[in-house]
Design a binder for this molecule. Structure first.
Ligand code: I3P
Length: 432
């Protein structure tokens, strides 16, 4: 039988995320009270006090479910397609594609992708941080771009993917990109055409075929920036679908690649059984990621940052506390609080739009990110991206997005995470 309740490790002890089915109070401002940014919010984003009691943004307790196969389970690595089996047909393709999980703004997966489209051979160098030939997502590579070009060409080349899988993006006409087709994401974009969220999602220009493959044709969100800085922040308290959990329980398939990724970050992460089988199931890995990062505690996490100088960081798996996030964010904006204020104003607009959006009410939003972009001109934008795992609810069902998740209620904690993100950035403004 699958084991319910997340197994506690020495690392987990005391972490709120290890509790089962415990709800938590959301941080709320008293009705009608609009505190002054700095007066009220520095302490709100302060770390937990010495007793361990969260002093602000009380940590959300997310039910954890560990799926551990009896008898060692299947030794075969689980393929993405296997996840497709977990859900109905319409979702099947989507899941295999959803791992794109990219900025949705961006494209250059490889020199080939870029050069073939722009015929700009020799002007871009991809500096490998890993062995060449090793199959790694783009964000494990560091891109060094030299800029002896016109602003137009520079913009054309100025793409970045901070999360997700290699090979899912291609260059397109100027100001647009191609993202590997996902039926689910396509449906989302089609529904978003008439929704309050439209001004906050990438422009969608339909499905196109290229080199025998289907792609979603989208606006390149970076196109209007000059040497942009980009941050991908995944929102929500949960990064896997309930269907994935059900499937893993029915047919647990430990994956060695996920085991290795876990050990790379924390050799004590896997349980003794997982060590002996050298595999962890995907929900187990995803839950571990959520607990190690700020997903469980704050309802969002930083996935990656690409700066205008070409440097790229994705080593945020253990960026968990509010202080950590503030530090990363301030570094991202080069200590320029004006940028943070611009982001805050856009985030507030996003928040308002989400609260009126019919699409948002009717969808479980999993694995979606907010993409932060700013450049030296002071321009700063935030976009909602990645709908590969955003799933429609049954007719008549709606979500609140700010109440605790319990298996079956499909809540994603998106609004709770966004509220915490806003409070964290407000605190970042005030900290000198
Ligand atoms: C990956 C990340 C992706 C997930 C991917 C994970 O972990 O959680 O969101 O893809 O699953 O490996 P990490 O960030 O630690 O590299 P999906 O969102 O599409 O599920 P995958 O290996 O099955 O693609």
């Amino acid at each position: 039988m699958p084991k319910e309740g997340r197994r506690k490790t020495s690392k987990d002890s005391g972490l709120p995320g290890s509790a089962i089915n415990e709800g938590s109070r959301l941080e709320r401002r008293p009705a009608g009270k609009t505190p002054h940014l700095c007066d009220d919010l520095v302490h709100k984003a302060a770390p937990s006090n010495a007793t361990g009691a969260p002093s602000v943004m009380e940590e959300r307790r997310v039910p954890q479910v560990t799926i551990t196969p009896e008898g060692g389970g299947c030794s075969r690595e689980m393929q993405q397609e296997d996840w497709g089996d977990a859900v109905d047909g319409s979702l099947r393709r989507k899941l295999s594609n959803s791992s794109i999980s990219s900025t949705g703004s961006s494209a250059v997966e490889s020199e080939d992708d870029l050069l073939s489209d722009n015929e700009s051979k020799g002007i871009i160098t991809l500096e490998h941080l890993v062995e060449p030939g090793e199959s790694k997502p783009w964000w494990k590579l560091k891109t060094i771009v030299h800029w002896p070009f016109s602003a137009t060409l520079r913009r054309k080349l100025n793409w970045v993917q901070l999360a997700g899988h290699k090979g899912h993006f291609k260059a397109a006409g100027e100001g647009t990109i191609l993202k590997k087709f996902s039926e689910n994401e396509m449906h989302c974009f089609e529904k978003l055409r008439d929704d309050a969220l439209l001004p906050f999602v990438p422009g969608y220009h339909g499905v196109v075929e290229k080199d025998g493959e289907s792609f979603l044709h989208m606006t390149d969100l970076l196109a209007n920036f000059d040497l942009p800085n980009v941050m991908d922040c995944k929102i929500g308290v949960r990064t896997y679908l309930e269907e994935e959990l059900v499937r893993a329980r029915e047919r647990p398939k430990p994956r060695e690649d996920l085991y290795k990724k876990m050990v790379e970050v924390d050799s004590e992460g896997p349980t003794p059984q997982e060590h002996s089988q050298r595999g962890v199931t995907k929900p187990r890995y995803m839950q571990w990621r959520e607990t190690m990062s700020s997903t469980n505690t704050l309802g969002f996490r930083i996935e990656g940052i690409k700066k205008c100088d070409g440097t790229c960081r994705t080593d945020f798996k253990k960026t968990r506390s509010k202080q950590d996030v503030i530090h990363v964010f301030r570094d991202f904006v080069g200590e320029n609080v004006v940028n943070i204020k611009s982001y805050l104003s856009r985030l507030t607009e996003v928040q308002q739009a989400l609260k009126t959006s019919e699409f948002f009410k009717q969808h479980e939003v999993i694995g979606s990110s907010l993409l932060f972009i700013h450049d030296h001109t002071g321009k700063a934008e935030v976009w909602i991206i990645d709908f590969g795992k955003t799933t429609a609810l049954a007719e008549g069902q709606t979500l609140k997005h700010d109440i605790p998740w319990q298996e079956g209620n499909r809540e994603d904690g998106y609004l709770w995470g966004l509220e915490n993100l806003i409070h964290t950035l407000e605190a970042a403004v005030c900290m000198q």
